[in-house]
Design a protein around this ligand. Structure first.
Ligand SMILES: Nc1ccn([C@@H]2O[C@@H]3COP(=O)(O)O[C@H]3[C@H]2O)c(=O)n1
Ligand SMILES: [Zn+2]
Ligand SMILES: [Zn+2]
Length: 245
């Protein structure tokens, strides 16, 4: 089996018709969860899976649609499955994730007083390729999302870009395609409104056709169906479908 991508959800933060934009990467021997939002536990359950089927979780930034499911994940792996899960995260995000997001719910004297009591924390250095498994090597690329908040996109196997949440950065996309062999782009897409903290469909439609053809749209709102056939050469990613990478 090659490397497969399955989106637990392809929705924007407050979408109700789609689960949170969180992804499973699976190479047959190792399963990586990219972000774990509020709806991730339910989305996994609906796929007939549980957190016990996951080897590692990677966090791209701290927003509830990307970390809101980690309290359930933590309690399940510690007290139900009695094991640790690998957590891939930068040092800056690890501090903020514990101090500003998870500590309140997870802290339990004598049991849980840090991320290390739940996870095998593997700190990632941005812009440094990290071996994950036989067929997964990924690199965190710092990208702009919310001023003053760290946020990262992913570059997988020197060929696949995964935006997570970011504002439009056409020069980054051109650089990856022209200089680093990128052949597939999974990109967030705000379908309407101005791109204050996200990338809009109108912005993505300014990309060269060659780049549009390799681009799959995710992290979209409930009115996605109103935009079918209005995405140029780009294609909507569907949640739960399994994509061979
Ligand atoms: N300056 C901001 C900050 C946040 N937001 C909304 O909150 C959501 C948090 O998750 P997200 O997926 O990053 O999308 C953000 C915006 O919808 C926003 O619209 N403007
Ligand atoms: Zn988001
Ligand atoms: Zn976000």
């Amino acid at each position: 089996m090659g490397l497969q991508l399955q989106m637990l959800g392809t929705g924007s933060a407050f979408a109700k018709n789609y689960y949170n934009n969180n992804a499973l990467l699976d190479d047959g021997t190792f399963t990586l969860l990219i972000d774990c939002g509020v709806t991730a536990p339910l989305a996994l359950h609906r796929l007939g899976m549980s957190f016990n089927d996951i080897d590692a979780v990677l966090i791209t930034h701290i927003h509830a649609d990307h970390v809101g499911g980690l309290e359930e994940l933590a309690f399940k792996i510690k007290f139900t499955f009695k094991r640790k899960m690998i957590l891939y995260i930068t040092e800056e995000l690890a501090h903020s994730l514990w101090e500003h997001s998870l500590k309140g719910g997870l802290y339990q004297i004598g049991e849980i007083s840090s991320l290390e009591d739940i996870f095998d924390v593997c700190l990632l250095q941005p812009l440094k390729p990290q071996y994950i498994s036989e067929s997964m090597t990924l690199e965190l690329i710092p990208t702009q999302h919310i001023p003053g908040k760290a946020s990262y996109s992913l570059y997988l196997n020197e060929s696949i870009f995964y935006s997570s949440d970011m504002t439009f950065d056409p020069s980054l996309l051109q650089h990856l395609v022209q200089e680093r062999g990128c052949r597939t782009i999974f990109h967030e897409c705000q379908l309407s409104g101005s791109g204050e903290v996200h990338t809009t469909l109108q912005e993505l439609l300014t990309l060269p056709e060659e780049i549009q053809k390799m681009t799959y749209l995710m992290h979209y709102a409930d009115d996605r169906d109103d935009y079918i056939n209005q995405t140029g050469e780009m294609t909507f990613l569907e949640q739960n479908l399994i994509y061979e990478l």
